[in-house]
Write a protein that binds this ligand. Sequence first.
Ligand SMILES: [Zn+2]
Length: 282
Amino acid sequence: MIALILLMAAANVGQALSLSGPAESRPHVEYEIYAIRYAVIPQFPVAGLVAGEKSDRKLDIAMMVWLIRGGGKNILFDAGFYRPQFFKSWTVQDFARPDEAVAQAGVKPDEITDLVISHAHWDHGDGADLFPKAQIWMQKDEYRYYTADAWQPGGKHGGIDPDDVLMFVRFNLSGRMHLVDGDQEILPGVRVYTGGRHTFASQYVSVPTRSGTVVLASDNMDLYENLEKHAAIAQTFDAASNLKAQDRMKEIAGDPKRIVPGHDPAVMTRYPHVAPRVVRID
Ligand SMILES: [Zn+2]
């Protein structure tokens, strides 16, 4: 048993070394990225997405997951939702269970190797157990907060479902949960960043592609409008930090066209369709 633990530790050290080595010694991986819209939530108030929006403007928002393929990996960024309670509290249109929607992009659920969860909200984490072989990547502070302090007096757990919290704990108990400590390269070329503060420690991701570095913002930037108006997201622990994160996304991507927002229906029309519900981003 001890020998096994030592072996596993050695393997982890080797992995960490190869990820932190000089850039030129690493194999350069370019990924393909697909946005997959598994549902629509109609007539969502824009004031709930863009800070300072006073109008009663409503938008049919896209509910998406993002598939990242390359270097032998099928990485999913966010997992959508499917548990029945959410269909009681929300009007949901044009729904396909996230694993079935991902299959439309050509990847079976058990072929997903890694699942990066941007934040613990129901519409991003709930579908995680539809992908049985995925290694799960979540911020350590996000995991700790929503499995503990969020449910204590003074804690905030809006948008967090108890079933999902238990699922995250089960991933940890079974050894599939990788808790990430801040900004890190988690897989070759794939980096996560904190500071968006949609939730306690929400993260976004950057991915090298044939057309440059793409930033998948998830709810750290809900709509293109946030970037265009330099307006924070409406639901945030820290609006100033969110604006700084949006500025940083621009630096990382190099071109705002390569920043993909979390719920903007325009994502489905700005990029070419490759299958029903699926557009290619890169
Ligand atoms: Zn969301």
